[in-house]
Design a protein around this ligand. Structure first.
Ligand code: FAQ
Length: 318
């Protein structure tokens, strides 16, 4: 295990690795706060992927065709894979995976606010792909250059898969928009419900973001929350036009002087309520995860018994 005591030489090496834009690797010495920040961010990200399986998983049995079911199954399975790479990345920093899971189900660690909203119609599956995966890509592509090596490398594969997720969502919406008036209405209503929560995914405004300054200095984050949120708005406007839906913000308009779209005020009181456990589905999401964890106890016990047998040289276990 890497030493965490303060040592000017080690601190100098760490600072110069960051300054040279090189990667910090698991055996490198890091300041205790760097380790703490990385574990927090990676764990919250991993929990988000795992909890994020629920809103869409809700539609697997009710997908309208075999093709849509197969696509949705693959997507939800990908999210589980992302959670696994991320928990492994957190383990390289000395975090204990069992503890991380307990922190999630006991509400001691956060996951993304976005997964506390319900998926009311099948159009939500498309809008999650378009907007939620779109926002996730916008936020995570710069994280491929994050200073912590295992996280940055995990992010490369995750972004490739998120890109497939985004496209499947957009393609589903395009299909629905070519359908009946009722289908078009479903897409518009889903867009109305998911637009503002998607903007909240990027986190609080820069002025209220407690971690951004330090995380930018350590090159964990490469852009601020507001910069990425603006990028996402600019990217989504032409996509909404091509799709034929209206984004639910009367103040949304192109500002030629800034070279960006202006947009309305986000309801930060809603964000705070959701993050502090009072969103529409917080209780349901954690209760479901807790139940799944309890029901999986026998699998973990069997795996541990099998591993112990193998370690003991039992040939039948090979
Ligand atoms: N929800 O100082 P900052 C996905 C917390 S994955 C809840 O700005 P930071 C894939 C923050 O943790 C989505 N809490 O924090 C998918 C901090 O709390 P703490 C997840 C939030 O870390 C798609 C406090 O507020 N992505 O979507 C949120 O510098 C479809 C102050 O905030 C990642 O995790 C929020 N939205 O910036 C899966 C990406 N925002 O710990 C299924 C990696 C902030 O002090 C289906 N993470 N908070 O108590 C990041 O990029 C950053 O951690 C931010 C927050 C940008 C999320």
């Amino acid at each position: 295990m890497t030493a965490t005591v303060s040592d000017p030489d080690l601190e100098g090496q760490f600072e110069s690795t960051i300054a040279r834009d090189q990667r910090i690797e698991p055996r490198d010495w890091v300041p205790a706060d760097y380790r703490k920040t990385m574990i927090r961010m990676i764990a919250q990200h991993a929990h988000s992927e795992i909890i994020g399986m629920q809103p869409e998983g809700n539609w697997i049995t009710r997908a309208p065709s075999l093709r849509r079911k197969a696509i949705l199954l693959a997507k939800v399975q990908d999210e589980a894979g992302h959670g696994l790479y991320l928990y492994s990345a957190a383990e390289t920093l000395g975090a204990d995976r069992t503890e991380l899971t307990e922190n999630l189900i006991e509400g001691k660690q956060k996951y993304s606010s976005i997964f506390n909203y319900p998926t009311l119609t099948f159009a939500d599956v498309g809008v999650i792909g378009w907007l939620v995966d779109g926002a996730a890509i916008c936020n995570q592509v710069p994280l491929c250059r994050s200073s912590y090596g295992p996280y940055a490398r995990a992010m490369i594969r995750i972004c490739k898969e998120e890109s497939f997720h985004q496209r499947q969502g957009y393609e589903l919406l395009l299909t629905m928009m070519k359908g009946t008036p009722a289908q078009r209405k479903m897409v518009q209503e889903a867009t109305d419900r998911w637009w503002w929560p998607s903007l909240m995914m990027f986190g609080p405004p820069d002025a209220d973001s407690s971690h951004t300054a330090q995380s930018m200095a350590w090159k964990i984050k490469r852009h601020t929350n507001d910069e990425l949120r603006q990028r996402f708005v600019d990217m989504s406007v032409p996509q909404a036009e091509a799709l034929g839906v209206t984004l639910p913000d009367p103040e949304l308009k192109w500002n030629a002087e800034r070279g960006h779209h202006d947009f309305g005020e986000i309801d930060w009181s809603e964000f705070k309520a959701v993050v502090s456990g009072n969103g529409p589905c917080n209780a349901q999401r954690t209760a479901h995860r807790k139940k799944a964890h309890e029901q999986g106890a026998w699998v973990r016990e069997a795996a541990a018994a099998y591993a112990a047998k193998r370690a003991g040289g039992d040939d039948d276990a090979r």
